[in-house]
Design a protein around this ligand. Structure first.
Ligand code: PHE
Length: 344
């Protein structure tokens, strides 16, 4: 019995020594110490031994078990360490590899200018309003005092979808929609940025799609001087404190009186250059006092309320600000163009 136990111990220790991984080690644990293993079998057979032999063999059996367990434990520790090390080696990252540089995007110059204009007007207490680009004839024209067959509709050649639906030709319909939403409440103080569409042949200064920002203020006692002061404040924040403005009489069906607004040329400070065609002035805005008919149609009593409105083309302002010579650059997404605005 003792020899069997000794032989068992030797065999077990030899096999354990050769175990390659935790799985094998576990199999050996079951093989030698499990319920169906030889050690259990020997211990079970102890009943057949004499009373003197039993404690002696029992002790040897316990020693054998203890020895096997000890080696198992040590081996387990060793294997776990080796396996962890192997995994860590496999997972090492070579931090000296050069990284892959990601192209950083940039805000599009048009959006930059829109944000800048919005910031200036937000600072004056305006809110930003938006509306649909596919618009009803009523909001785009009729409610702005441009009835069907009115000759001034030709000023804005339009893309019609049906007889009554078109791509908006300006952002003024947002003003009408806002007035309707406000249900006669004052003050109305909004700016409306957005895309507009006109049937134009595209060239360096014209595009069938472009971007406008319009403003609208309605309250009691709003006067032309409020319009002028607001626009002066705006252009000075936008183009510099030494910028001057000049109002020229003009015509829009939805404003009366109407004025075209020129700013002193920011390139030559008004002395005359190529940008301002030697005039010293640049035309950037249409504006006027909201026509009583427009107020009335939108639910504002023109005897109680008055307002002013203005509209500008964002592309034109961006072109002046950044010295861009062709409007088509804004839409063609040439990275050589766009990358110039990463840091401005
Ligand atoms: N809606 C006009 C246009 O697109 C601009 C404008 C707006 C003029 C507001 C006066 C007042 O031409």
């Amino acid at each position: 019995m003792r020899e069997r136990l000794e032989a068992l111990k030797e065999e077990a220790l030899r096999e354990l020594e050769q175990a390659q991984d935790s799985q094998q080690l576990n199999d050996l644990r079951v093989k030698y110490l499990g319920k169906k293993g030889p050690l259990t079998e020997i211990l079970r057979g102890m009943g057949a031994l004499s009373a003197e032999e039993r404690p002696v063999i029992g002790q040897v059996a316990n020693e054998v078990r203890g020895a096997i367990e000890q080696v198992l434990e040590a081996k387990q520790e060793q294997l776990t360490r080796e396996e962890t090390n192997a995994r860590l080696r496999k997972e090492t990252i070579d931090v000296t590899l050069p990284g892959r540089r990601r192209d950083a995007g940039a805000v599009h110059p048009l959006n930059k200018v829109i944000q800048e204009i919005e910031d200036i007007f937000l600072g004056m207490g305006y809110t930003v309003a938006e509306g649909p680009e596919v618009e009803q004839d009523y909001y785009n024209f009729e409610a702005l005092n441009l009835p069907k067959n009115h000759p001034a509709r030709d000023m804005q050649d339009s893309f019609y979808i049906t007889d009554d639906i078109l791509m908006r030709t300006h952002t003024s319909p947002v003003q009408v929609r806002t007035m309707e939403r406000m249900k006669g409440e004052v003050p109305v103080k909004i700016i409306c940025p957005g895309k507009v569409y006109r049937r134009d042949d595209d060239d360096a200064t014209h595009s069938h799609l472009f971007t406008q920002i319009e403003g609208l203020v309605i309250d009691r006692n709003i006067r032309m001087s409020d319009l002028k002061g607001t626009l002066l404040q705006f252009v000075q924040e936008m183009f510099g404190q030494d910028t001057r403005i000049r109002l020229r009489p003009s015509f829009f069906p939805f404003t009366e009186p109407s004025a075209e607004v020129d700013v002193s040329c920011m390139m030559c400070k008004g002395s005359g250059c190529r940008t301002c065609k030697q005039t010293g002035w640049l035309e950037i805005l249409g504006s006027g006092m909201v026509h009583p008919r427009v107020l009335e149609m939108a639910g504002y009593d023109p005897n109680e309320y008055s307002g002013f409105a203005f509209g500008m083309g964002v592309e034109r302002i961006a072109m002046l600000k950044y010295g861009i010579d062709d409007i088509r650059h804004f839409y063609t997404n040439d990275l050589r163009f766009l990358k110039q605005f990463v840091h401005v």
